[in-house]
Design a protein around this ligand. Sequence first.
Ligand code: THU
Length: 135
Amino acid sequence: MSLEKAAFGVRENAYAPYSQFKVGAAIRAANGTVFAGCNVENIAYPEGTCAEAGAIAAMVAAGETRLTEVFVVADSPVPVTPCGGCRQKLAEFGAGDVPVTLCNLDGVRQEMTLADLLPGAFGKDHLAEGHGDRD
Ligand code: THU
């Protein structure tokens, strides 16, 4: 399935009764599989989760830990951009050159990369030796 179709489709299922702002995100894992997520809000507002976080959780739950492509859609006047926390979450699993497409319901698109979204990302190179090693 295309990332666009997955993101637009999952957006319909977003649970956003407080903001009324539904977001859909789709990511392609290194093995080619597409994972999708939507925002899930909560009456205890800080407990809500973003669409990107949902897509990442689905990918990791399926045993994949690298992503190669990202697509995010929302009904925003200009293409939605991931929040700061989600930029860091995406950077955990994707390289700086991973293409990111941001899109609104009018079909306006913005193309960028993970490095564009989070320049100077905090990464394992910043930790002292022995910390932050992946297994
Ligand atoms: N939101 C996302 O899910 N992803 C984004 O990229 C931007 C913001 C959600 C969080 C909250 O449920 C709603 O949009 C309004 O901030």
